[in-house]
Ligand binder design. Structure first.
Ligand SMILES: [Zn+2]
Length: 348
């Protein structure tokens, strides 16, 4: 009888572990976390091209398994908001970082890595001409992007041999080159149109969920440089959990450093106004480098100062340097969206 009870107990434990994989141990403080159910090792030799948006094959995922990926960053404050949301749910994802963005935000690159996410690359400058460029330029974009991300993270072994072509503008030549370097080319199984102008967080969640529900699994592509995406991620994670989806993290073969020392405080990059990345020195970037508590206080002070002004001052928003920078940020964002118009060809 006693033995029977032990067997029953271990069975129940097994069932619970299946339903709620290692959640209690891996996500302290959030017993209902979505969590990360397992990792999948992606070897570029056996999985050179991934994602049914463009290829025949994708990752060998089971029913109701999703791999989440983020492109184009890192960029404060949005990447940080997303990292916070992922940490709250103990969800591990894969990032495809742009070299110049990584060089401008090395502390964010290290935060991504030290949070346990996988880091791949997405070219040095994000040109939307991979299907037109001469191969020497393609090779420079790929290798410089990898070198920038490796330098930002501080350890070459921390960067996975995973590459996503900007705009998914693939050619066979580009794919052959990447295969020759043992780099896996990542497309996607689902996109959420989160780079579209004026898209809302609600739209992003709806599109992501309906496209995932259609295939019941897949590699989801998002961008961690957009405010709407940052707002959508917490809801998206809750929706995935509510509909019984599990998160799988893609990792490269071989050993990776466990954790890297945090980067020393760095200056905010002024960026290049004429090209990618569209990183401007904004108040948001500066605020991001101070602790969260101070951030809230500063936001409040700025708001109060703004509200106290006479109405004609408030209407003339260019008088307020904070608001002016917010407007210029919005303009930069618009340019980013416009320049990414090539993506629309993959919209479902
Ligand atoms: Zn991109």
């Amino acid at each position: 009888m006693r033995r029977f009870a032990i067997v029953l107990g271990s069975m129940a434990g097994g069932i619970l572990a299946g339903l709620n994989p290692a959640m209690a141990a891996s996500c302290p403080g959030n017993p209902n976390a979505l969590g990360t159910s397992r990792t999948i090792t992606v070897d570029p030799q056996t999985m050179p091209r991934i994602g049914t948006v463009q290829y025949r094959n994708s990752l060998p995922l089971n029913d109701h398994e999703v791999v989440i990926t983020f492109d184009d960053g890192p960029l404060a404050p949005y990447s940080n908001r997303i990292l916070d949301a992922l940490a709250a749910e103990c969800v591990k994802v894969t990032y495809f970082l742009v070299g110049r963005m990584a060089a401008a935000n090395p502390e964010l690159v290290r935060r991504i890595y030290n949070s346990g996410h996988t880091i791949g690359t997405h070219s040095q400058n994000h040109p939307l001409t991979f299907d037109q460029m001469a191969m020497p330029r393609v090779e420079r974009e790929v290798t410089a992007g990898i070198a920038s991300v490796q330098a930002a993270v501080g350890d070459p072994r921390a960067v996975a041999p995973f590459f996503r072509i900007p705009g998914l503008l693939r050619t066979q030549q580009v794919e052959h080159y990447l295969a020759s370097k043992s780099i896996a080319v990542w497309s996607a199984d689902e996109v959420a149109d989160d780079w579209f102008k004026q898209v809302t967080a609600k739209d992003i969640v709806q599109k992501a969920m309906s496209r995932i529900e259609a295939k019941k699994r897949g590699v989801l592509l998002l961008h961690d440089i957009h405010p709407a995406t940052a707002m959508a991620v917490p809801t998206l994670l809750r929706e995935l959990k509510a509909r019984g989806y599990r998160i799988v993290q893609a990792v490269p073969p071989g050993d990776r450093p466990k954790a890297l020392p945090d980067a020393p405080a760095t200056l905010v990059a002024s960026g290049d106004k004429n090209g990618w990345p569209r990183v401007t020195k904004t108040s948001a970037n500066i605020v991001e480098s101070v602790p969260a508590s101070r951030y809230k206080t500063e936001r409040k002070v700025v708001t109060e100062r703004f509200e106290r002004r006479p109405k004609h001052w408030r209407d003339d928003r260019h008088r307020d340097p904070v608001v002016t920078s917010a407007i210029s940020r919005k303009r930069e964002k618009t340019r980013t969206t416009v320049s990414d118009a090539g993506w629309t060809r993959f919209a479902h």
